[in-house]
Write a protein that binds this ligand. Structure first.
Ligand SMILES: C[S@@+](CC[C@H](N)C(=O)[O-])C[C@H]1O[C@@H](n2cnc3c(N)ncnc32)[C@H](O)[C@@H]1O
Length: 361
């Protein structure tokens, strides 16, 4: 087994570059100052990097889906290993028994693999490992505190890779970052999964909005995201030039305005808790509409904004678009609190802003 120290900064990291950014892998690694040791499947890379801050602070970090410092690795083929679970669990306990993680979470190294073998192995490994540790403060994924280290373990046909890091620093509560959102055949649109994942992700940074909070949704048709908001007992004012799905258009908590966002004005005195914008078109234009309507946000109100990058062909163009949008938002009193590529995002990033504490006139 090759092992790093859990107290110092390891030099090996497991990073996940979403498949959609795969053509930019070399540039992303250069931006992180990291060199690739090995790739696992299409998204995971074991890399060497000397400065842990690059995973949080470099421009390239926004293209990572998830990251983990590797404090303990066991390269092997679990399927061919006798008593893999027992040996792996004992190895984890020996390494991290004193480290007091808030919880232990295990996942398959290639979380999207159709074959469930490694997902089952991961579940069984967690079960056995938890038997060895004393009771841990967080029972599961949703009990985690964002800034407290969890022990994340990923297992796949390449072996076992474990690291201790907070969910916030890893960029997600789940090992590998993906929260699976089940979308039945009756889902109104794929976008519903995006807002469901975004709201879960946002808990890395702030608690969820209370039920009954009022959302303004720009570019809402046909209503996949709207239905997720309504399912959480939020009130929604939704604006779109196109029609809403007939299953939700008459919902008691929905006020649908069929109009161009450019000419929409909320009724006098309206204050929203949050704005959601998933309009297609140029990201700069969409943000201008958000900024214009943000004067109707309460102090500390939330903005969830999909930054579509359709016309972008290089990472430099993506960086420029991102910087222009963020600079304009911040100049207008919307502070960026987080940005990420969600599993259900396409060629786009989801940005989260918070309105200034005090209203600007
Ligand atoms: C990607 S779709 C939104 C999907 C939606 N979020 C869902 O969950 O089903 C983008 C929407 O933005 C709307 N849109 C774009 N620009 C607009 C504008 N200026 N005014 C009104 N709607 C606009 C389009 O009509 C389209 O329905």
């Amino acid at each position: 087994m090759s092992e790093n120290d859990t107290t110092g900064s390891p030099s090996r990291w497991l990073i996940r570059i979403p498949e959609i950014f795969a053509p930019f892998t070399d540039e992303i690694l250069r931006g992180l100052g990291a060199t690739s040791e090995k790739s696992f499947g299409r998204e995971y890379h074991l890399v060497q990097a000397s400065d842990p801050e690059v995973f949080r602070k470099s421009k390239a970090a926004k293209y990572l889906g998830w990251n983990l410092p590797i404090h303990h690795a066991w390269p092997c083929v679990p399927q061919k290993m006798e008593n893999f679970i027992e040996k792996a669990a004992q190895g984890i306990f020996k390494k991290f028994g004193e480290a007091k993680p808030q919880t232990i979470l295990t996942g398959a190294l290639i979380s999207t693999a159709p074959h469930p073998y490694y997902r089952h192995l991961a579940t069984n490994l967690r079960g056995r490992t938890l038997q060895l540790f004393p009771t841990l403060p967080a029972a599961g994924v949703d009990d985690q505190r964002p800034a407290i280290p969890s022990l994340f373990c990923l297992v796949g046909k390449e072996g076992l890779y474990c690291g201790l890091q907070s969910p916030r620093d890893s960029n997600g509560f789940y090992p590998g970052g993906t929260k699976f959102i089940s979308q039945g055949n009756s889902a109104i649109s794929r976008a519903g999964a995006k807002i469901a994942e975004a709201l879960h992700y946002l808990q890395l940074y702030r608690p969820p909005l209370a039920a009954n909070a009022h959302w303004l949704e720009l570019g809402a048709s046909p209503g996949g995201m709207t239905s997720e908001l309504l399912n959480r007992d939020y009130r929604v004012t939704a604006v779109d030039r196109a029609a809403m799905d007939s299953r939700i258009v008459n919902h008691k908590n929905l006020d649908f305005v069929r109009d161009d966002v450019l000419s929409y004005l909320p009724p006098h005195g309206t204050e929203f808790d949050a704005i959601l914008c998933d309009m297609n078109g140029d990201g700069r234009d969409s943000l201008r509409s958000v900024v214009r309507l943000a004067r109707h946000l309460k102090p500390k109100g939330l903005v969830v904004f999909t930054l579509k990058m359709l016309a972008v062909t290089t990472l430099r163009e993506a960086d420029e678009l991102f910087s222009a949008v963020v600079a304009y938002a911040e100049k207008s009193g919307l502070n960026l609190i987080a940005q990420t590529h969600l599993t259900y995002n396409r060629f786009e990033l989801t940005l989260f802003f918070e309105a200034a504490d005090v209203k600007r006139s």
